[in-house]
Design a protein around this ligand. Structure first.
Ligand code: PTR
Length: 146
């Protein structure tokens, strides 16, 4: 299965989620990320790289906009916020049965992963913790469905 994480700029949250999830090395699961307002070829933010490194996770990332090709590639699309979900659905209505917010998919609840952009490294550490907890829930759910 192909899992796609989506945020705004594809330099902080979704690349972090992608790197954390890839580090779990779940067989049969491919992972990518994209941003609803992303440039092409921007690096992951310095604090994202640092916080991942503190947790023993390497990242080699270039940002990607959310393209129809990437949406088509995905089996499941997990967005950081409900606004991202709405944007994905408005641009790509054909994806309606495979787009969820991360919190909705992992916990069955409403909620957003807040944007650390421009924040201190401690803010990025909080984002890392939030994402890694949510991604444990996503991992259990996916493994139960594989
Ligand atoms: N605000 C940024 C765009 C941006 C927004 C959020 C952001 O974080 P994330 O990658 O988590 O969406 C990254 C970039 C700009 O003015 O270019």
């Amino acid at each position: 299965m192909n899992l796609l994480f989506v945020c705004t700029g594809n330099t902080c949250r979704s690349p972090m989620a992608e790197a954390i999830f890839k580090s779990k090395k779940i067989k049969g699961v491919n992972v990518k990320s994209a941003g609803v307002f992303a440039d092409q070829y921007s690096m992951a933010s310095t604090n994202t790289v640092q916080v991942l490194a503190e947790n023993g996770i390497e990242i080699d990332h270039q940002s990607s906009p959310l393209t129809e090709e990437r949406v088509t590639w995905a089996t499941i699309i997990l967005t950081m916020t409900s606004s991202h979900k709405e944007l994905v659905l408005s641009k790509f209505p054909f994806a309606h049965d495979k787009v969820f917010t991360l919190v909705e998919y992992g916990r069955g609840l409403a909620g957003d992963v807040s944007d650390p952009f421009g924040g201190s490294v401690d803010i990025y550490r909080a984002t890392y913790k939030e994402l890694s907890d949510l991604l444990e829930d996503v991992k259990s759910k996916i493994e139960n469905n594989l």
